[in-house]
Ligand binder design. Structure first.
Ligand code: C2E
Ligand code: CA
Ligand code: CA
Ligand code: CA
Length: 276
């Protein structure tokens, strides 16, 4: 008989670098975690390039499993492959809406929170209904519950997604195109999409001030502004990078130079300092 290890080698998933057994264990545990407080959101500030003022937060999901946080890159792909992204995505949207509502009632402050969406969620008609009912149920302005979509995934499903995005935009939702520069959206698509923000992918920000990255960052800024969008740079880790990007006209910055993603309590403390 073959030794077990040989079989395990063939049961290895090259995509996420885990064995099939590990993945099954993750799927079962994730299924049990959804709709419990094991799913949390952390909040990373976005600040205005010229004034340093808080513009809003990006919500980043965290899964607390056996006392440690599993990074989203390790479980979002599993959630997408198993369909668990639907209930998980709805829970994430509810947590973010509750947080927006809480900051309004506790601090009388309107702080936008941007939630990351999987393209899979958007192709379902149900999603737009869920978004709208959540905004109504938590009684918050729609422009405070923003959505971030990755460019690559969005380009692939553009024909299905466009009418849904338009209906969300008409409802007042602000949409950001994430990881911009890594996908293949054509100019004509970009022009048609109801996008308020372009987020320059971190890989370009990381490579500044290399000349290729400089050229791309500059062209993306010109393009986005020409189309009436605001430009956000993520992964800003130092002042020199911030200054280069500010010179190129970037409107908002996000990254470790300003703050890491914060727990809800830390984020509330950050807001109190920002508005002191
Ligand atoms: P993303 O949307 O591009 O999020 C930015 C990632 O960069 C976050 O990683 C954030 O913690 C990290 N980051 C922020 N500032 C810096 C910096 O200055 N330097 C560096 N090196 N990294 C920085 P995180 O939280 O591990 O999230 C990874 C990805 O997982 C996200 O990439 C997003 O694609 C996905 N994700 C996160 N939350 C959700 C969610 O609620 N739903 C869905 N569908 N995907 C999510
Ligand atoms: Ca994002
Ligand atoms: Ca991004
Ligand atoms: Ca990313």
């Amino acid at each position: 008989a073959q030794p077990l290890t040989d079989k395990r080698i063939r049961l290895y998933d090259a995509v996420i670098g885990k064995s099939i057994l590990d993945r099954m264990e993750m799927e079962i545990a994730l299924r049990a975690a959804i709709n419990t407080d094991a799913i949390e959101l952390f909040y990373q500030p976005k600040v205005a390039a010229n004034t340093g003022r808080l513009c809003g937060f990006e919500a980043l999901v965290r899964w607390k499993k056996d006392g440690a946080y599993v990074p989203p890159d390790h479980f979002i792909p599993i959630a997408e492959e198993t369909g668990l992204i639907m209930p998980l995505g709805e829970q994430i949207l509810k947590i973010a809406a509750a947080q927006v509502s809480d900051w309004i009632s506790a601090h009388n402050l309107n702080i936008p929170v941007a939630v990351n969406m999987s393209a899979l969620q958007l192709v379902s008609e149900k999603f737009a209904h869920f978004y709208k009912s959540t905004v109504k149920r938590y009684d918050i302005p729609a422009d405070l519950l923003q959505l971030e979509l990755t460019e690559s995934a969005t380009a692939e499903y553009i024909d299905d997604i466009l009418p849904i995005l338009n209906s969300l935009r008409d409802f007042g939702c602000m949409i950001a195109l994430d990881d911009f520069g890594t996908g293949y959206s054509s100019l004509s698509y970009l022009k048609k999409m109801p996008i308020s923000y372009l987020k320059l992918d971190r890989s370009f920000v990381e490579d500044l001030p290399d000349s290729d990255a400089m050229a791309l960052a500059r062209i993306i800024s010109l393009l986005g502004h020409e189309l009436g969008m605001e430009l956000i740079a993520e992964g800003v880790e130092d002042e020199q990078t911030a200054q280069i990007l500010e010179g190129m006209g970037y409107d908002q910055f996000q990254g470790y130079h300003y703050s890491k993603p914060l727990s809800p309590d830390e984020a509330t403390a950050w807001i109190s300092r920002a508005y002191r």
